[in-house]
Write a protein that binds this ligand. Structure first.
Ligand SMILES: Nc1ncnc2c1ncn2[C@@H]1O[C@H](COP(=O)(O)OP(=O)(O)OP(=O)(O)O)[C@@H](O)[C@H]1O
Ligand SMILES: [Mg+2]
Length: 493
């Protein structure tokens, strides 16, 4: 097999802290090489070095298609045929799909203006080539689901003939069906001779697409294995140093008398007069395929999208929020699916990001106490960082998510809405998050969880509401159902 890429003695440090230590790997045409490791292990850093976004420390060597470099630059990497899709979606909401695909390499008319028609035609051709039928070039990005946006990212990356494709957690926002489609696409591209580097926290996925697995631990290579010579248990153990399962054995406790009522939420065809009740201490799951309207529903409940009819009552009292800050005042808290758009305050420190909601209600801030609280959160959730003053965007994706959960846990609310709470979080850290969500429930709060991660939904929820095409079709007791039964209900068989 042709060798496409080789990293030799690649190291990277930030202000003296080594985040990648002596990495040596090869990538061959036709193979899928998976990177796996805890949050902060160095996976994204490694692919940013390969795609030229950051430079490694001096001393190492990158060999691509037979030529060696001390570092690559982004343009150069693209020209060589290295396409990368990063962890967080990086597209512009108020542009069309086609404009997004050609952003930075616009097709222009003779007079210099952008040729939108041509871009749309080319975009449609690319979409057809990749067999993505639910999207057209003229659609506005804001009308797409997260999964569809992910597809647009792939099309954008592959618009030039790429020989190496790097995917950093591409399925973190996808449901089972879409994940399957994406994995098929990855397998097909590899069969056609591409070399693929694939990062995911879903271990089962790695075994579906991967030929070889590279396990990273604290920036070091903790093992490289052929997929057919190892198994998930062994990989998890090498990665986090102990056993863990994607099913969490939660504690059950008696529910209280209080009632949260969600009534009459409507938004065009996307949310179709949805209502349900949640008991004090209950974890109410919302399941369905991606695009079933769950995110749209919970965003309205939280008051961040327009809501004309919907009402929220807590023990008979109307607490319908008019805006997110009104929601926080009324004790409703939400973790968003898209942390880059709605979750993190990007230019602020980790400390500010953790404290922002708790501080909203305070008259004055005790700085000493604040530092202590933040330190406790960092320990509890095992957030990997150099200092609490560091900008949150310097944290790895999963560690940013942990900081958001820490923010949420500090906020004294009653109603907590989690939209994909463990997106991008490694299998070990997930358990810590589950424990905290359950302790919120045990204290008598009301919990709503939207999750496309079936084991997560099944092991966390008391009951699961099933949404399809905007309607809440059924509510099942979790203990009486199974993964396959839920799936059947999602798709409507
Ligand atoms: N610009 C930066 N400044 C300082 N530290 C950084 C910077 N970028 C990354 N790091 C640190 O490098 C380490 C590795 O981060 P990286 O994003 O590669 O992790 P990851 O394996 O992709 O994790 P995740 O699974 O959470 O995405 C982290 O501890 C992170 O905080
Ligand atoms: Mg990462």
């Amino acid at each position: 097999m042709e060798k496409l890429l080789e990293l030799k003695e690649i190291t990277k440090s930030y202000s003296g802290v080594t985040v990648l230590d002596n990495i040596n790997i090869e990538l061959f045409a036709g193979e899928v090489l998976c990177l796996v490791g805890e949050n902060g292990a160095g996976k994204s850093t490694m692919i940013k070095i390969i795609s030229g976004v950051i430079a490694p420390d001096k001393g190492g060597k990158i060999t691509a298609f037979g030529n060696s470099y001390e570092r690559l630059f982004p343009r150069q990497a693209i020209d060589l045929g290295i396409a990368a899709i990063y962890q967080d979606i990086d597209l512009v909401d108020n542009l069309t799909v086609a404009d997004n695909i050609f952003l930075g390499s616009e097709k222009r008319k003779k007079n210099g203006f952008i040729d939108s028609k041509k871009q749309e035609t080319l975009a449609d051709e690319l979409l057809a080539k990749l067999k993505i039928s639910s999207i057209t070039g003229n659609m506005m990005l804001t009308d797409l689901s997260t999964a569809q946006k992910q597809c647009v990212q792939i099309v954008k990356a592959l618009k030039k003939d790429a020989k190496i494709l790097i995917l950093d957690e591409p399925t973190a926002s996808l449901g089972d069906e879409e994940t399957k489609t994406l994995l098929e696409l990855v397998t097909r591209l590899a069969k056609e001779g591409m070399g693929i580097i694939y990062i995911s926290h879903y271990i089962d996925e790695l075994f579906k697409v991967g030929d070889r697995l590279l396990i990273l631990k604290d920036g070091r290579m903790a093992g490289i294995k052929n997929a057919d010579e190892t198994n998930p248990e062994e990989v998890i153990h090498a990665m986090i140093g102990r056993d863990a399962s994607s099913f969490y054995a939660r504690e059950y406790f008696p529910l209280g008398e209080g009632i949260l009522e969600v009534k009459n939420f409507v938004r065009g065809k996307i949310v179709n007069d949805v209502g349900f009740t949640v008991r004090e201490g209950e974890v109410f799951g919302l399941g369905g395929l991606v695009g079933a309207g769950r995110t749209e529903l919970v965003r309205m409940i939280y008051g961040c999208d327009k809501n004309e009819k919907g009402k929220v009552f807590l023990n008979g009292k109307d607490i319908t929020p008019e805006s997110p800050s009104d929601a926080i005042r009324k004790g409703i808290f939400m973790i968003f699916e898209d942390r880059k758009r709605d979750g993190i305050l990007p230019l602020r420190s980790v400390k500010e990001n953790i404290m922002v909601s708790a501080n909203e209600k305070k008259e004055y801030i005790d700085l000493k106490k604040e530092t202590k609280i933040v330190n406790e959160s960092i320990t509890t959730f095992d957030i990997k960082l150099s200092s609490q003053e560091t900008e949150i965007t310097n944290l790895s994706g999963g560690n940013q998510q942990k900081a958001l959960i820490a923010r949420c846990v500090l906020d004294p609310g009653n109603v907590y809405i989690f939209d994909e709470p463990t997106k991008g979080v490694d299998i070990g850290a997930k358990e810590e998050i589950y424990k905290h969500i359950l302790s919120l429930a045990k204290k008598g709060n009301y919990i709503i969880i939207v999750s496309s991660d079936m084991p997560e939904l099944l092991s966390m929820s008391d009951r699961i509401g099933i949404m399809r095409e905007g309607s809440l079709l059924d509510i099942v007791q979790t203990k009486d159902t199974t993964e396959s039964e839920l799936m059947r209900k999602y798709v409507g068989f």
